[in-house]
Design a protein. Structure first.
Length: 153
């Protein structure tokens, strides 16, 4: 296997782990917590987050490292900003947003304070779920566009 081949494998597996986790949280966990909402819901979410957040952070680091290597290995720096490769810019932008969320915003508790503190719990949970749904929707669009774009569409 070549180094670029290994980087592609790492990149795809890390994206799968990261976005797959986001899909599970958005489509399974949060709807279940909202349907069975009680005082324990927040504690359960926190317990699950403590286990998954390190995995998501590792996946995002692997995506970033392998992505930078692939940009270099395939000399893709030159196509950044070109309209026909908008999906590449979108991938990088999405990665940057998620890296900020996972490494800065979430550890500082900013998201927690903005969404949950002083809010009606039902509204807070709806906002939290909506944020995840938007992030997942963007991921699906970007992944579909990147797949098509990298194969000549």
């Amino acid at each position: 296997m070549t180094w670029p081949g290994l980087a592609i494998a790492v990149h795809l597996l890390a994206v799968l782990w990261w976005i797959g986790g986001l899909a599970f949280v958005t489509l399974v966990l949060l709807p279940a917590l909202r349907a069975e909402f009680n005082d324990q819901s927040h504690a359960l979410l926190s317990a699950i987050e403590r286990r998954f957040a390190p995995q998501a952070r590792l996946a995002v680091v692997l995506v970033g490292a392998s992505g930078i290597y692939l940009l270099w290995a395939f000399d893709l720096w030159r196509v950044l900003g070109q309209l026909s490769f908008w999906w590449l810019d979108a991938m990088i932008g999405y990665w940057l947003v998620f890296a900020m969320i996972l490494f800065v915003i979430e550890p500082l508790g900013v998201l927690q304070r903005l969404i949950f503190v002083g809010q009606d719990p039902a509204i807070a949970w709806r906002r939290f779920h909506a944020l995840h749904a938007v992030l997942l929707g963007l991921a699906v669009i970007i992944i579909a566009a990147a797949t098509a774009g990298s194969h000549g569409f």
